[in-house]
Design a protein around this ligand. Structure first.
Ligand code: 1BN
Ligand code: ZN
Length: 363
């Protein structure tokens, strides 16, 4: 696993095509294109990667699939689903809720606090939340999201998909898997939950007005030599609306994207995904979330960028197209589709367990 993910470290940020691949690309059939947010994404078929990690056995898969706490997920959403602009009282309430929830589950929790200047707001105090099962582990699977909400002076913005639901999913994962995750309090490979602060721009998205927390933390960990301990950063964003479609953005994490697909397929086969078959009409396969195509020619701005630039392997779990309510006051409770939310939470939980247990590295 490490071998595969390290392939591109210190070398290339994006996949370099070989001469043979270039010829194949030229001879290939025209590809589908998706237009979203003014950008054009080209779809490519997913190629096989050589790494083939062991999957959860049928009995373990079934056992873990039956673990859930839907009430907890809804409660977590309701705690986070308040306007939580950086520096506000609500922002600090949500931070305390996340920190306390994880401390109650015996996670090691640290704040990465710093000041930065933002348009409109002036100087702000930001706090990334870093929760680890084993703070002394050598390697981490990192699951991440952002907990701030977008500043909208003329409207109440709650950011249900952006990103109250992703934050709640991570807290719910910690709650539901508390027994299964116990071995990872002492293991070399462990789990980290990262709640970025200040993802949103205050005035206009740009290199100095956005992803304040992610920029700070990636830089800090680079100086401290900690980036190499990140096996992979899995970033959740804009989740909770019905019928999302995900794509593989990065070649070096494609085998892990395919593991998400495989978890989804297995769950669908045993009919453990709720209200699953979509009625959506689109270019994509409407019967699955994780599409069997890659999007290579572009990627979306988000908290992963400062890590990606430093060669940390990234899986970006963000739907394309974005939910129609994106950055509008309608991104509120009413857009949340709880069947989809429960399904995605389950897929991500099983993926995390498979990742952690797959290499028998809980020792
Ligand atoms: C995602 C959710 N983003 C902000 N809230 C990042 C983004 C900003 C993606 C601008 C595309 C354009
Ligand atoms: Zn946003």
């Amino acid at each position: 696993m490490r071998g595969l993910l390290n392939l591109n470290r210190g070398r290339h940020l994006v996949r370099q095509y070989s001469w043979m691949e270039a010829v194949k690309t030229m001879l290939a059939k025209p590809r589908k294109k998706i237009y979203n947010l003014g950008a054009c994404f080209e779809l490519a078929d997913i190629s096989q990667t050589s790494y083939n990690p062991s999957k959860l056995s049928e009995s373990k898969f079934l056992e873990y699939s039956n673990l859930s706490n839907k009430l907890h997920l809804r409660e977590a959403i309701s705690h986070i689903l308040i306007p939580r602009v950086v520096g506000s009282g609500n922002h600090s309430l949500v931070r305390q809720y996340i920190v306390q929830s994880l401390k109650d589950l015996d996670w090691h929790v640290e704040l990465d606090s710093f000041h930065d200047t933002a348009p409109i707001m002036g100087q702000l105090h930001f706090h990334n939340i870093i929760a680890t099962l084993n703070p002394d582990a050598e390697r981490y699977l990192v699951l991440a999201c952002h907990y701030d909400s977008k500043y909208m002076p003329k409207a109440e913005f709650l950011g249900a998909t952006d990103s109250a639901v992703p934050c709640a999913m991570l807290l719910n994962l910690a709650q539901v898997l508390q027994e299964q995750l116990k071995p990872f309090k002492k293991s070399k490979l462990s789990l980290m939950l990262l709640f970025f602060d200040g993802e949103e721009a205050f005035e206009e998205w740009g290199p100095k007005d956005s992803i304040y927390g992610a920029r700070h933390l990636a830089k800090r960990w680079q100086h401290e030599g900690k980036l190499d301990s990140i096996d992979m950063l899995v970033l959740l964003d804009l989740l909770g609306a019905p019928d999302p479609a995900f794509y593989s953005f990065f070649a070096n994490t494609e085998s892990w994207y395919m593991r998400l697909q495989s978890v989804e397929t297995r769950l669908a086969q045993i009919e453990l995904l709720e209200r699953y078959a979509s009625s959506g009409v689109s270019q994509r396969d409407p019967t699955r979330y994780f599409q069997s195509q890659a999007m290579r020619s572009s990627f979306i701005e988000d908290d992963h960028i400062p890590f990606l630039k430093r060669n940390v392997p990234v899986l970006h779990l963000i739907p394309v197209p974005f939910p129609t309510v994106w950055h509008t006051p309608d991104d509120n409770e009413s857009v949340i589709d709880y069947a989809t939310t429960d399904n995605l939470a389950l897929i991500i939980r099983l993926f995390a367990l498979e990742y952690l247990l797959g290499g028998d590295q809980a020792k």
